[in-house]
Structure formats: C-alpha cells, structure tokens
Design a binder for this molecule. Structure first.
Ligand code: TMP
Length: 409
C-alpha cells in the first residue's frame, strides 16, 4: 500500500476532499470462495493547491490492480472502436507525422488504437503489463512489449526502434502514481520535435456532473489543464493543444511538446481561463463537490429503498469498475440491486467487488421482467439505449446518478 499525505508531484501537503471509506479493487470481480480473502483499502481523495493535482491518498500496489487476469477489454465497445479510429486520424494528421514516425503507446490494451497503424505497416509499439489483453493485441499483429513502462523498457524501444515521434496513451496516465518518473522516461524516449498526446477523464466533467464513480483504485489522478501544465512545465515542456472528448463521461485530450517547438493553440488559454472561472483549481469548489457526492449517495439510497418498499426490483446494467465505487460508498447490496448484467466473459458468473452482487450474462437481460435498471455505464448511454430499445419500449425505466439521481427521461 502506498500512502501519500503529500502531493506526488509538488511534495506539498494534500487537503482531503472526500472520504469514500473502505473500497475493494474497482476491477476485482470475484468468486464466492474468494469473499473471505478480499482486499480492501481506505479510499480518500486529496488536492494539492500548488500542483492543482486531484489525487488518491492511498493506492494499492500496481501488481494488485494490473495483472494477467485484468478484466477490461477496450474493443468490446463499438463506440470505442470509432473513437480510436478518430484518435489514429488525429495522430496521423499532426504536422510532425510521416510514414517513418514511431508511435509508442502506453497501455495499449487489446490493440484498439495501434491496430490502425499495424494494418498499414506503420512503425508502432505498445507497452502493456496485462498479459491477457496484450496477447489479444499480438493476435492483431500489434507490436507489444509485455511489461510496465520504465527505463528498461525505454532502452529496449530505443535499441529496437529508435526515438518516438509520438508518445500516446488513452485512459492510462491517470493510473500511474510515479508520474515524475514517467515524464522523465518519456523525455528519454521522445525526439526533440516529438509530441505527447494523451487523454484521461477530465476533472472539470467529474465536478460538474458529480460523477464521483471516476474515482477508484486505478485512477490515482484526475487531471485538469492546470495540473498537466504544472507537471510538464517541470520538464521544460508545455501544453500546445487541448481537445475535449465525450469518452468516459467527459475526458480531455492533452497535446504536449518541448517548449517553443510548436505554436500554442488558443484553445489552451481558453480552457485554462475556463478552469479559473469555474474554480476547479480551488479548495472551495472541491468542498462543494464533496457535498454533492454525499447528497448523491443519500438520494440514490432513498430512491432504491423506495422502489423496494413498493415491492419492485432493481437490476444493474454493465458491471463497470466505476460501479464499484458507487456500490461500496453507498453500501448497496443485492437486496437493493439484485444482479448486474454485463457483456465481459471474465466477469460473468462472478460477483461484484465488495458488495458481492451476482454478474449475469447480458443476453439474459431481455428475459428479465424487472422494469427498473440502474445504468452503471452511463457514459455508454446511447450505445446501450440503441441495443436495448425493446426494454425501453416495454416500459422499462433507466436510473442514473449523473448529473443527478433519477430516472432517465
Ligand atoms: P467502462 O468503459 O465504463 O469501464 O465500462 C465497461 C463495462 O461495461 C464492461 O464490463 C462491459 C460493460 N458494458 C456492457 O455490459 N454493455 C455495453 O453495452 C457496454 C458499452 C459496456
């Protein structure tokens, strides 16, 4: 267990924003015989007024969270396939991109982004510590180094492929506690004109939507333009572009380069100004967020108890890692949400982390006569509504917690 009372980047003391109590691993879906040995940690988030980094105080060791049975496969969602095709287009349309540019992806998962490069025989390599997803990427002819990204991996890439023109990552950098070491290694790997392009859930969206379920063991940081600017400034690098994304309920794509190499897009100044205006870089605004999180819990439990008291059942849809935070923070067990339907083979037949709600194959959802469904994958709303239109047509109701608790109209 890593315990950080001080900011992982500036070293200044952290102000505690919200205490989520004891939480299991977000992706720790388990069998019944594992209930007694389940791992829990005290989950609190803190904020550093200097670096503006919003971060977990305690975090489990990486080996506990990312291992050969890591249950998340990016390519299972068709909307994500489209998203990564667009990400590929974004990279390959940068002014410093040509057919010889090496693209290195951190945490390439099942190759959802890099397959776009491999199909065209373009230089690329992914670094992925989770064996099962890395093997899926390799089957798609994606070049993968099965390891954590560190100085050894950098030297291996430099020896085999040379310097990277692009260092990219999607929903990965927010997982890495030692971000200073990460940026040091990126600097070693990147060419002088190289760009770092990464996207992660955006703190501004989490605060505006009270989507506190973005906070779980794997997400050690929730970034903003201010905090990203602070970290890379320490290495003579700067933000040159920002592109808001709708993925994961609201993300930001950050484009970073060595200082002075490229012109800075006016969008950078605009978003930095917006962050100042809304106050997401202040303790006051974050205290308001904490109040909203507590209200969200109170309102969700009241709604579920009301439905139960009327003799009705609630089921869950999509056993996301995010659902672990909601269920455990709100202490929602199978008496309030009887089961959760999901598409991931590695989760089906198991139980949800901490609260032990059964996970059922989503193909049985259409046979369920339950008319109240809590949509844990609220960020995939359009895709799911399309897929489950028969449920909605037969008077089935969807419950959400974003931006506030209630039925989706
Ligand atoms: P996440 O991307 O928000 O983490 O959600 C991933 C989980 O949601 C994964 O377990 C698969 C599940 N899921 C479904 O069960 N049905 C769906 O239609 C979608 C999009 C996701």
């Amino acid at each position: 267990m890593n315990n950080k009372k001080n900011c992982r980047v500036s070293g200044n003391p952290l102000s505690i924003i919200t205490d989520f109590g004891n939480q299991p691993l977000g992706n720790g879906f388990l069998n019944e015989d594992e209930f007694n040995s389940e791992y829990f940690f005290h989950m609190q988030v803190g904020f550093c007024n200097k670096s503006k980094l919003f971060q977990l105080i305690d975090q489990p060791e990486p080996q506990k969270m990312f291992h050969e049975n890591y249950a998340f496969y990016s390519s299972l969602s068709s909307h994500m396939q489209l998203h990564f095709k667009e990400f590929y287009n974004f990279i390959s349309s940068q002014e410093n991109y040509d057919r010889d540019s090496l693209v290195v992806e951190l945490g390439c998962n099942d190759g959802i982004l890099l397959e776009n490069f491999s199909k065209k025989n373009l230089p690329h390599v992914g670094v992925e510590p989770s064996k099962n997803v890395a093997e899926v990427a390799e089957k798609k002819n994606v070049n993968v180094i099965q390891d954590f990204f560190n100085e050894d991996t950098v030297n291996q890439i430099l020896k085999t492929y040379g310097h990277a023109e692009f260092f990219v990552a999607a929903n990965v950098i927010c997982h890495i506690p030692n971000i200073i070491e990460l940026i040091q290694n990126i600097k070693l790997l990147l060419s002088k004109t190289g760009k770092v392009i990464f996207e992660d859930p955006y703190l501004g969206d989490v605060i505006n939507k009270t989507s506190y379920d973005q906070i779980y063991d794997e997400h050690v940081f929730l970034f903003s333009a201010h905090s990203v600017q602070y970290m890379f400034d320490l290495f003579e690098m700067e933000l040159i572009d920002l592109v808001p994304q709708s993925t994961h309920g609201g993300s930001m794509r950050y484009v970073i380069a060595n200082k002075g190499v490229y012109e800075v897009s006016p969008v950078v100044t605009r978003i930095l100004d917006e962050e100042k205006l809304t106050g997401i870089d202040t303790i006051e605004k974050l205290s308001e967020f904490d109040k909203n999180v507590r209200n969200s819990r109170k309102n969700l439990v009241s709604l579920l108890e009301k439905i139960k008291s009327e003799g009705n059942e609630v089921v869950g849809y999509a056993a996301t890692s995010k659902s672990t935070t909601i269920l455990n923070y709100c202490n929602i067990k199978s008496d309030l949400i009887s089961r959760i339907y999901d598409t991931t083979p590695q989760k089906i037949g198991k139980f949800s982390p901490g609260m032990h709600i059964p996970i059922i194959d989503y193909k049985y959802f259409k046979d369920s006569d339950c008319k109240n469904t809590f949509l844990f994958a609220w960020n995939h709303f359009n895709e799911i509504i399309e897929k489950e239109e028969n449920y909605t047509r037969s008077q089935g109701k969807w419950i959400t917690h974003v931006p506030k608790i209630g039925f989706i109209k």
